[in-house]
Design a protein around this ligand. Structure first.
Ligand SMILES: [Zn+2]
Length: 161
């Protein structure tokens, strides 16, 4: 989806900083403002392991409330106790990594710590069976339709503000 000037202003306002490395608006809320953006995983030679950012502040707030209610722990317990859920979660993690890392041109030229950063999963986790940031998982689910953790979050906060 193309990025128009109004989107850039909206994102800047929501993030409270100058957005960097935006590739596209991945999804929009019903009222058409940007909901999820996709950003470059490498910028000024620095690796940013997060590919999809939730930028709708209404949805960000709702997810933050869930996090404050120990919902990360609850979903982690589901992963740890339900093999099918875990398997599907790991597929989402691998999809995310593959998509992100494919955007890196000349990966062989990266230094050791940069290469290490590219092994991380959603939210920058080193262990792929761990949940860290529900905003990141929801953003991935809203964009791709496949992320069991993001899907659980969407069941509560919805898919638009
Ligand atoms: Zn919204």
């Amino acid at each position: 989806m193309a990025l128009i000037k109004a989107d850039f202003q909206f994102i800047k306002q929501q993030l409270n900083r100058e957005p960097r490395g935006i590739l596209e608006v991945s999804t929009r809320c019903k009222t058409s403002h940007p909901q999820v953006i996709k950003t470059k995983p490498i910028f000024d030679k620095e690796i940013f392991p997060t590919l999809y950012y939730l930028v709708c502040s209404n949805m960000i707030d709702k997810v933050s409330k869930l996090e404050a209610q120990s919902y990360i722990k609850e979903l982690q317990e589901k992963i740890d106790s339900n093999q099918d859920f875990k398997d599907r979660f790991l597929v989402a993690q691998e999809n995310y990594k593959r998509e992100r890392n494919a955007l890196i041109k000349n990966p062989s030229q990266l230094n050791k710590s940069q290469k290490e950063a590219l092994k991380s999963g959603i939210g920058g986790v080193a262990k792929l069976d761990k949940v860290k940031c529900l905003h990141c998982h929801l953003a991935h689910y809203l964009t791709t339709g496949f992320n069991v953790v993001g899907e659980e979050v969407a069941k509560i906060v919805g898919t638009t503000c």
